[in-house]
Each structure stands twice: as structure tokens, then as C-alpha cells.
Design a protein around this ligand. Structure first.
Ligand code: NAD
Ligand code: UD1
Length: 349
């Protein structure tokens, strides 16, 4: 049987590069599109070095229709995994139009092009942020959706667009239907166990794990823990941290499930990708110290605007329908983060 070819938008980024690695290991042909606005080509060079396999890279923007046409004409693509997007919450509040243009318009151009080439199998990167401030935890996929910032709104709007797209086909018996998986990631952390690829944020990190790692390596003096008066076990925020390699594997399982559908069986389904366990900020600091032997200096600071007390997944739908579960524990997340950070203190630079 001919090997399937997967187009990965944003494939040079943090989650994209780990997913490209898993795709190559699983025997897929991989074509990456990335404008390198938040990533380095070196990540993909290293993916090829680790796997001893090659992928095809096209530098360009998903909003550029001519560019997309060229890529879609050149390769026989079976499915698309769509990671490309801007993801910084704070920046999205300062530059909402840049976020709407990049994320929403980009997805429109991509899906229009897919439709023109009759490629209608899609896995989309959404986020637990679409649950807003959930009424309770764990969160299941049928919880109410809302957004508290422009970044979150782009994910919510794109989800709605994809649901409309799948719905429209159900009323149109002539064309083959869209098969879409929306993956709602909880908090991806960690790095590939080789220590060669990992998260490489620009400037001072916004997210907890890269911040802790940069304190450990001496790039930042201390961690500020945003809030110690939340209604949680120790007062600090609780999240569902998931190893990026587990997350990457979730994309392969989502693809398999879409490929296994009958040709006429379309639809759009969202899945939570998380571990199902909530961990507090203080517990994260302790787990990092224990796993790596590195001391993390910290101070308590006021709550960060827009933060919620607790957010963790009920991941049972992905277990049932995608045959996917997270496998790596907190210790592995910490050790792999440290291997990457200590071996690459300046990231890919
Ligand atoms: P990332 O920034 O490392 O990767 C995104 C990639 O997309 C980058 O390589 C960037 O250069 C590229 N890109 C951005 N806009 C583009 C465009 N218009 N055309 C072509 N390439 C473009 O981010 P990531 O952490 O790997 O996240 C991947 C996806 O997952 C994003 O859509 C993000 O919103 C989503 N997500 C991430 C997290 C997280 O914590 N990392 C959580 C939930 C959802
Ligand atoms: C953040 C985004 C969210 C996005 C997710 C994954 C915000 C408000 N939310 O979520 O939209 O989907 O990343 O990319 O940015 N913390 C500290 N000190 C720090 C950094 C974080 O105490 O320096 C705390 C936070 O208050 C939170 C926890 O650590 O309780 C995790 O924070 P973070 O890694 O930024 O992820 P989220 O806030 O869950």
C-alpha cells in the first residue's frame, strides 16, 4: 500500500516538530509548511537526524493562496494536521487583528484550498482555553464553550467554522464529506527524550514549564508564582500537564481514526488531550526539583489576569474513540525538559 502523505502546517514549531518526528517514525511521508515566524528550521533538521528519515519543507505562509496551491499541486496529500497559528495570550490582547488574521483567515485559506483539492481529512490544534472558566473539573468535551481573550476566541471561532463545514457536507450527498478531529490540548510540556528538540520560546517565557527550566539553567533569577489564594489544595493554580510526545502521538491516533472511517462517513468531533490529573504550581516546582536535583528559587506574586483556579481534562473520549492515553509521568516530563534545557540553554540558536 502506498504510504500516506501528511501535510503539517506549523510543523517547525514546538508541538509540530514532535509530531513530525512521530509521523516519520510511523512510516508516513511528511510535508511541512511553516513561515518560521515562531520557530527555527534547525528543529526539523534535528527531527531528520533523530529519525534518519527525510521530510519535505516549504517555507511560506498559510494565508498565501498561491503558495498553498503550489504545495498542494506538488504533493499528493492524504490529510492535513493544522498547527500553524499565533499562541501568546497577552500578545493577542495587544494585537487582536494580527491574531484574527493569522489564525482565522489562515485557516479559511487552508480549508478552501483543501476543498479545492478534495482533501477533506483534517486534524486541528485547539486548546482547553475554549472551556473558559469551567464550572467544575474534570472537563468533558460537552462543557459549555467560551473565550476570555482574542487568542481563545480564534480557537473558538475556528472550531465553529469547522463544525459548520462538516455539517454543510451532511446536507450535500454529492461531495465526499469532511472528516475533522479537533484536539483540545491541555498544558503540553517536556521534550523528546533525545534532548535534541524541545520548546524554544522567544524572550521571557509566559508559560510555567519553560520559566522553571530557565530559572534552573540560570537564565532567570526566580519564578513568580501567580497567586497562592486560589481555592485549590495549596492555593496555587492547578493544571493538566501533558508530555509533548504523548500529545504528538494523539495526532497519529486521531489520523488513524479518521482514515478508518467509511468514505461517506464525515463529521467533526472534539477530543480532550490531557492526562486527567491536576497538578498545582507548587507541586510542579517540587517535582522538578526532585527529578533533576536543581533548586528553583520562587516568590509568591499576585494572580495573573485571566488565570483560572483549576483546569484538567476528562480524557476518556479520546481513550474510547481514538485508543489514545497519555503514558509518560511527571518525572519523565521534568527530566526531558531538563535534558533539553540544559543541553540547549539558548534553544536552537
Ligand atoms: P509554535 O509557535 O511553536 O508553533 C506554531 C508554528 O506555526 C510556528 O512554527 C510558526 O512559525 C508557525 N506559523 C504561525 N503562523 C503561521 C502562518 N501564518 N503560516 C505558516 N506558519 C505559521 O506553537 P506550538 O506550541 O507548537 O502550538 C501549535 C498549535 O497548538 C498552535 O495552533 C497553538 O495555538 C496550539 N496550542 C498550543 C498549546 C501550547 O501550550 N503550546 C496549547 C494549546 C493549543
Ligand atoms: C496558558 C494560556 C492558555 C493557553 C495555555 C497553553 C494564559 C492566561 N493562558 O495557560 O490560553 O492555552 O497557556 O499554551 O496565558 N504560572 C506561574 N508563574 C509563571 C507562569 C505560570 O505561577 O511564571 C502559573 C499560572 O498562573 C498557572 C500555571 O502556572 O496557574 C500554568 O500557567 P501556563 O503555563 O501559563 O499555562 P495556562 O495558564 O494554563
Amino acid at each position: 500500500m502506498k504510504r500516506k502523505t501528511i501535510l503539517v502546517t506549523g510543523g517547525a514549531g514546538y508541538i509540530g516538530s514532535h509530531t513530525c518526528l512521530e509521523l516519520l517514525e510511523a512510516g508516513y511521508d511528511v510535508v511541512v509548511i511553516d513561515n518560521l515566524s515562531n520557530s527555527k528550521l534547525e528543529a526539523l533538521t534535528r527531527v531528520q537526524h533523530i529519525t534518519q528519515k527525510t521530510l519535505v519543507f516549504h517555507q511560506g505562509d498559510i494565508r498565501d493562496k498561491h503558495f498553498l496551491f503550489e504545495v498542494f499541486s506538488r504533493h499528493k496529500i492524504d490529510a492535513v494536521i493544522h498547527f500553524a497559528g499565533l499562541k501568546a495570550v497577552g500578545e493577542s490582547c495587544e494585537k487582536p487583528l494580527a491574531y484574527y488574521h493569522n489564525n482565522i483567515y489562515g485557516t479559511l485559506v487552508l480549508t478552501e484550498t483543501m476543498a479545492e483539492y478534495a482533501i477533506k481529512t483534517l486534524v486541528f490544534s485547539s486548546s482547553a482555553t475554549v472551556y473558559g472558566d469551567p464550572e467544575s473539573v474534570p472537563i468533558t468535551e460537552n462543557f459549555p464553550l467560551s473565550a476570555t481573550n482574542p487568542y481563545g476566541r480564534t480557537k473558538l471561532f475556528i472550531e465553529e467554522i469547522l463544525r459548520d463545514l462538516a455539517q454543510a457536507d451532511q446536507n450535500n450527498p454529492v461531495s465526499s464529506p469532511w472528516k475533522i478531529s479537533i484536539l483540545r490540548y491541555f498544558n503540553p510540556i517536556g521534550a523528546h527524550e533525545s534532548g535534541l528538540i524541545g520548546e524554544d520560546p522567544n524572550g521571557i517565557p509566559n508559560n510555567l514549564m519553560p520559566y522553571i527550566a530557565q530559572v534552573a539553567v540560570g537564565k532567570l533569577p526566580q519564578l513568580s508564582i501567580f497567586g497562592n489564594d486560589y481555592p485549590t489544595s495549596d492555593g496555587t493554580g492547578v493544571r493538566d500537564y501533558i508530555h509533548v510526545v504523548d500529545l504528538a502521538k494523539g495526532h497519529l491516533q486521531a489520523l488513524l481514526a479518521l482514515f478508518a472511517k467509511q468514505p461517506e462517513q464525515g463529521g467533526c468531533q472534539a477530543y480532550n488531550l490531557g492526562t486527567g490529573s491536576g497538578i498545582s504550581v507548587l507541586a510542579m516546582v517540587q517535582a522538578f526539583e526532585q527529578a533533576t536535583g536543581q533548586k528553583i528559587a520562587y516568590q509568591f506574586a499576585p494572580r495573573r489576569a485571566g488565570d483560572i483556579a483549576a483546569c484538567y481534562a476528562d480524557p476518556s473520549l479520546a481513550a474510547q474513540e481514538l485508543n489514545w492515553r497519555s503514558e509518560k509521568n511527571l518525572d519523565a516530563m521534568m527530566l526531558d525538559t531538563w535534558r533539553w534545557q540544559s543541553g540547549n540553554p539558548e534553544g536552537y540558536r
